[in-house]
Write a protein that binds this ligand. Structure first.
Ligand SMILES: *Cc1c(COP(=O)(O)O)cnc(C)c1O
Length: 420
């Protein structure tokens, strides 16, 4: 048994070009946080008493798993054979020539199921199995996280219930069918704006009721500790690969890394291994909707204030009475009034900058990328590409953009909005 684990671990090390076993371990570690899940003032656990034991149990399971080489070998094995990692980086030559920049794209759109979401869902499903929890619940906005959760549940034979706002069920019909085909139960949520926030409320309600046999696979680096840290641990493989790939391809680090920010999981995974590289600017694109000045947007970091939502303290969109404001975005995956606490910390410390990108700017970038590079991005990811034009980068700069997902799910909406 031991010998077999070691052999497969050896294969993983070769696959990822990692020299030592302990650096493979570092790939998903560390999970323990020195200040109990706080990033500066942000994060923490603001949940009903009944959830505390489940969060403690999850935290213990995460730490134990991270120290278990068999778990690491299983996880990284699935990265390769289930997700298709490592995903490549691609030079965007025509975009680069147009803007006088050297542009590279990290291709999370090539992950199985079409986005970075599977990195997280897979890791959490493996943990749920370790904890003996056979029922999985998840919330979803664009349906990408729901599809990822339904996929891993089918893979491991777990029951899967996905909460999705009625508005999103309507605009993302194809992903709803995918989840059902994979064997999941999709529960439409009719409260509030009938989008991601409302689906998350409903999932948390379910969890409080069924916590004994249920694991809640949160879809982004949001929620109470240990979720933000755990989700980052499963997503940071993006920057682990991308950093090494840039050094190999162009023998230097990028001047800037750009990612879109909904809850912030693709961005945090993409930023993480560049955080200590002071020369690398970290830039997030939030959903500016119809424009921040109109109030119809989903940009808590550019236009919100700190408060508590879904179990943690972070920037969010709220009114003077602390009521959560309605959000708007062309992309269901960014249509959320909150953001992961680590992004709030990166914002306040100035390590990362965040900009709001409007629906129109994102739609423009969506067409631009399709026609210049032959890549159709998700609406979410198109927000990141829009910043290439919007921000004036110095001529000749090297920019790495995270393409968090592909645009298949958005074809229906796009065909209605674009008169081609
Ligand atoms: C869900 C999703 C996002 C937004 O979620 P984050 O947690 O901010 O990454 C971005 N892009 C794609 C393609 C998505 O599916």
């Amino acid at each position: 048994m031991f010998a077999r684990n070691l052999a497969s671990l050896g294969a993983q090390i070769v696959a990822f070009g990692i020299a030592r076993v302990d650096s493979l371990h570092n790939l998903v570690m560390p999970l323990a946080h020195p200040s109990a899940g706080r990033f500066g003032d942000f994060g923490g656990r603001y949940v009903p008493e009944t959830l505390i034991p489940a969060l403690d149990e999850l935290e213990a399971a995460v730490e134990e798993a991270a120290g278990d080489q068999a778990f690491i070998a299983e996880l990284t094995g699935h990265w390769k054979t289930t997700i298709g990692r490592p995903t490549p980086i691609t030079e965007a030559r025509r975009l680069g020539a147009e803007l006088g920049l050297c542009i590279w794209i990290k291709r999370e759109d090539l992950c199985h199921t079409g986005s970075h979401k599977l990195n997280n869902a897979l890791g959490q499903a493996l943990l749920a199995r370790r904890m003996g929890k056979r029922r999985i619940i998840a919330e979803t906005g664009a349906g990408q996280h729901g599809v990822a959760a339904a996929t891993v549940c089918a893979l491991f034979g777990l029951e899967c219930v996905v909460y999705m706002g009625e508005e999103d069920v309507r605009r993302l019909e194809l992903n709803v069918f995918r989840m059902k085909l994979l064997g999941a139960t999709v529960v439409p949520v009719s409260s509030g704006t009938r989008t991601l926030k409302d689906a998350t409320n409903e999932a948390m309600r379910d969890w409080v009721t069924n916590v004994a046999d249920t694991h809640y696979i949160v879809g982004s680096c949001v929620g109470p500790h240990p979720y933000p840290l755990m989700v980052r641990s499963f997503q940071k493989v993006i920057s682990f690969e991308a950093r090494a790939q840039m050094l190999e391809a162009v023998q230097r680090l990028p001047d800037a890394c750009i990612a879109c920010v909904g809850g912030g999981s693709n961005a945090i995974g993409f930023f993480h291994h560049f955080e200590k590289d002071e020369s690398v600017r970290l830039i997030g694109a939030e959903a500016g909707g119809e424009g921040v000045e109109t109030g119809k947007h989903a940009s808590p970091l550019t236009a919100g204030e700190p408060g508590v939502l879904h179990g943690s303290y972070s920037y969010l969109m709220q009114d003077e009475d602390g009521q959560i404001l309605d959000t708007h975005s062309i992309s269901a995956g960014l249509d959320y009034p909150g953001v992961g606490p680590e992004h709030s910390y990166l914002r306040d410390t100035g390590r990362a900058d965040y900009y709001a990108v409007t629906d129109n700017e994102a739609l423009g970038a969506f067409v631009w990328l399709a026609r210049s590079e032959g890549i159709i991005p998700a609406f979410e990811s198109a927000h990141a590409f829009a910043l290439l034009k919007k921000l004036a980068f110095e001529n000749g700069s090297t920019i790495l953009v995270n393409l968090s997902g592909r645009g298949d799910k958005d074809m229906e909406t796009a065909s209605r909005l674009l008169n081609l």
